[in-house]
Ligand binder design. Structure first.
Ligand SMILES: NC(=O)c1ccc[n+]([C@@H]2O[C@H](COP(=O)([O-])OP(=O)(O)OC[C@H]3O[C@@H](n4cnc5c(N)ncnc54)[C@H](O)[C@@H]3O)[C@@H](O)[C@H]2O)c1
Ligand SMILES: [Zn+2]
Length: 359
């Protein structure tokens, strides 16, 4: 069964979630009606797996399909790849009524989304997420962009997709590490919005009911982005676990994955919140059980001073107060402005000895 979630009301877009959706998604392509060409952007891992299927879908509605395939990985999320996508669109003479399709994970979604925001000052974009992270997070909400040598996601634009097609059968080929990384973001939704959901994640693996889990997360993300599309208020809640998580990723030279960083970051900030009397111990235990269930780390393997400087060197955290997302209980987090001078105190309160990262 396909679930359809409408984001942004009247002028918004549909997110369709279902197993086998790509085989029968023609009914949704009215969202890009009038397009004569579809430029499908994908990476070197995803294209061989799902390229044909995506092409068939757009061809069946009478569009000509073109493709742009780049080398898989975050290292490709650059202005250079972005420029090459724009060049491909121009070489193929895409017009304002045509469409750019992102077939892949968050890297593909961010690159193709950014190209669609900029090419001819904006063309329509269809997101087809193929990682759990892209399904629950990056494909919805309209944030697009690339990394600069100075840091991650430093250039980009807000550009809503016209349609998101999430075919959960594509997750069957996802490597386990990528799957677990997505599970960290799924657990994040439980911590910021629903204790009940968190308990369900512990009772039943995500892989047993991915459609239900993804739809739940998309509905939560929809609620947040509808209230705060441009990330100046409650959308920041989605950064739960990310402040310390990013710092750990950075210090590890990215051998710690994003999901692992977020997992250990969530555990760290929650432990500190319990020590400071902001959050209850039972909520911490619930979070730790969920992380353990998905083999995700609960401890950051770096010392307080190095973590402190990594957090403070993050461009997002420079100047004034630092916005930290702090749990009050499982299912409820708040945005707290904290004095940068007290970052070390939070990290040290959130630490326990040892590093239980599991591969
Ligand atoms: N725009 C947003 O709101 C937002 C939110 C969160 C993250 N992001 C961005 O998303 C990126 C991370 O996304 P990601 O984790 O999906 O990374 P990714 O796109 O690099 O995908 C991870 C790996 O899995 C492979 N892969 C993807 N789908 C597959 C499938 N179905 N079967 C087999 N292999 C598959 C890819 O080729 C890649 O090697 C980061 O750049 C991050 O900044 C953006
Ligand atoms: Zn994240």
């Amino acid at each position: 069964m396909t679930e359809v979630i409408r984001v942004g009301g009247g002028k918004g877009y549909d997110v369709a979630v279902g197993r086998g959706l790509l085989d029968d998604a023609g009914q949704f392509l009215g969202a890009v009606g009038g397009a004569r060409k579809a430029l499908v952007v994908s990476d070197s891992n995803v294209w061989p797996l799902y390229g044909k299927k995506a092409e068939k879908l757009f061809r069946e509605t009478g569009m000509k399909t073109l493709s742009f395939v780049f080398e898989a990985g975050e290292k490709s999320k650059t202005l250079e790849t972005f420029g090459r996508i724009l060049d491909a669109a121009a070489a193929e003479k895409l017009t304002r009524s045509d469409v750019i399709v992102a077939l892949g994970g968050g890297v593909t979604g961010d690159l193709a989304g950014f190209a669609s925001a900029v090419y001819l000052r904006g063309v329509r974009c269809v997101q087809i997420p193929t990682t759990l992270l892209a399904a629950v997070d990056s494909s919805v909400g309209g944030k697009t962009g690339v990394d600069l040598p100075a840091g991650k996601n430093l250039a980009g634009a807000f550009h809503r997709p016209s349609l998101v097609l999430c075919d959960t059968s594509t997750l069957d080929t996802l490597p386990d590490a990528q799957y677990r990384s997505g599970c960290a973001e799924v657990i994040k939704y439980g911590m910021i919005g629903s204790e009940d959901f968190l308990r369900k994640l512990i009772a039943r693996p995500v892989s047993e009911a991915p459609e239900e889990v993804i739809s739940f997360c998309v509905r939560m993300k929809k609620d947040v982005v509808e209230k705060d599309e441009f990330d100046v208020g409650c959308r920041m809640l989605l950064n739960f676990g990310h402040t310390f998580g990013h710092a750990a990723e950075l210090l590890s030279g990215y051998s710690i994955s994003h999901g692992e960083g977020v997992a250990a970051g969530m555990a760290t900030v929650t432990r500190a919140a319990v020590k400071f009397g902001i959050c209850d111990g039972a909520s911490l235990e619930l979070l730790l059980s969920a992380l353990e269930k998905y083999n995700l780390p609960r401890v950051i393997p770096f010392r307080v001073p190095e973590m402190r400087s990594a957090v403070l060197s993050d461009k997002k955290n420079i100047g004034g107060e630092l916005k930290l997302i702090v749990p009050e209980k499982a299912g409820k987090c708040a945005i707290r402005g904290i004095d940068p001078a007290s970052v070390g105190k939070w990290i040290s309160a959130g630490r326990t000895s040892g590093w239980n990262r599991q591969k």
